[in-house]
Write a protein that binds this ligand. Structure first.
Ligand code: COI
Length: 356
């Protein structure tokens, strides 16, 4: 070993030892809120410009009872993750994509939004202030939750006179209680998530409250979650309450096309690119429920769920299982390609990760 290599090894060891982790059990993370040290807050009044925000201790916020978000649901959220690399440093995954999606949603919800730079800088600041909560590699990730809300008071229906952008974080493990095991979905036949011309294509808070009734009923019957059909034909796949859906047939991967009623997932988009780079044929199009039942493999994608294989689908009382209770080969391939990239285990040829 030459002197330089030895010096590098010593630096690396010192760095690893210097990492401070929060004193929690890192082996039992699920997808639950764990209060952390700091949150970021930034306000914007009528001129549409956000003032310089700042970190505050994590805790409850003060809000007018007449605020736009509480009364009329004028609010958006985002979700992204920070991962710990093997050497202890931290990687963000495509934060500027979340910034752009928040800007798109803000336009639909009549809200001013932070610039991409303001958003990304605030995410970096918040993660660094809470860096002891970024799990050790392989134990989970730090889920970052940016919120944009009409915080000003309004009584008559109108856009709020003041807006608040807030970021909080929580360390998380697997989203579904099944862990990495395949989930069981039920196709919802009565309720719909979104309608053409509505807000299904943006990450507004109300989209998530409106799926709770069907989701709660499905969970009570032992399903993991609900898969929604389009509200016009009641036949074509839309998305699951918290994630996008993909079907695989004869090695061709298909996912519902983005047309205003489903969320343009950043994991969805990344999986499409990863699959194409691995030589798979990927189609974004209308997919009927009959095709879903006839698929070889089904999986879901999302920031929270990552890539979750689907073990069975139930539609109008008929249950179809995929594979032999195992994880499908395509889901497995894509899951490991994406997560290795996110954790810095493989070279990021896509330029998606941002090192802090
Ligand atoms: C995410 O995947 O980040 C989401 O926003 C879904 C949420 C329902 C947990």
């Amino acid at each position: 070993v030459d002197t330089n290599t030895r010096r590098e090894a010593v630096v690396a060891t010192t760095y690893r030892e210097a990492i401070e982790f929060a004193d929690i059990n890192w082996d039992s993370l699920g997808f639950g809120l764990m209060p952390t040290d700091y949150m970021f807050m930034m306000k914007c009044s009528q001129d549409g410009k956000f003032t310089k925000g700042e970190l505050q201790r994590y805790g409850n916020i003060e809000l007018s009872p007449a605020s736009g978000v509480l009364n009329y649901g004028q609010g958006l959220f985002e979700g992204l993750k920070a991962y710990r690399k093997e050497d202890g440093s931290i990687l963000l995954f495509r934060p500027e994509e979340n910034a752009l999606r928040m800007r798109m949603g803000a336009e639909r919800m009549c809200m001013p939004a932070p610039s991409v730079e303001q958003f990304v800088d605030a995410v970096k600041l918040t993660v660094m202030a809470n860096k002891r909560w970024v799990p050790p590699q392989g134990k989970g990730s730090l889920y970052i939750r940016p919120l944009l809300m009409g915080s000003g008071a309004v009584l008559g229906l109108a856009p709020a006179p003041e807006y608040t952008f807030l970021i909080y974080v929580s360390p998380v493990g697997n989203y579904f209680k099944e862990g990495l095991a395949p989930i069981n979905l039920v196709v919802e036949n009565e309720f719909h998530r979104a309608a053409p011309g509505g807000t299904g294509g943006v990450k507004t808070i109300g989209n998530y409250a409106s799926v709770l009734k069907a989701q709660t009923a499905a969970k009570a019957k032992g399903y993991s979650d609900v898969l929604y059909l389009d509200s016009v034909h009641k036949r074509y796949l839309e998305e699951v309450s918290s994630c996008n859906v993909f079907v695989v047939k004869d090695k061709i991967i298909s996912t519902p096309a983005i047309k205003g009623t489903i969320l343009p997932g950043i994991t969805r988009k990344s999986i499409i690119d990863v699959a194409c780079s691995k030589g798979y044929q990927v189609e974004e199009r209308q997919i009927s429920v009959e095709e879903l039942l006839d698929a070889d493999e089904v999986f879901c994608t999302g920031t929270a769920v990552v890539v979750s294989p689907v073990g069975s689908i139930t539609y109008l009382g008929r249950r179809v299982s995929y594979g032999d209770k195992g994880v499908g080969i395509v889901s497995e391939n894509l899951y490991s390609a994406l997560t290795s990239l996110q954790m810095g285990l493989t070279e990021d040829k896509m330029g998606w990760t941002v090192e802090l």
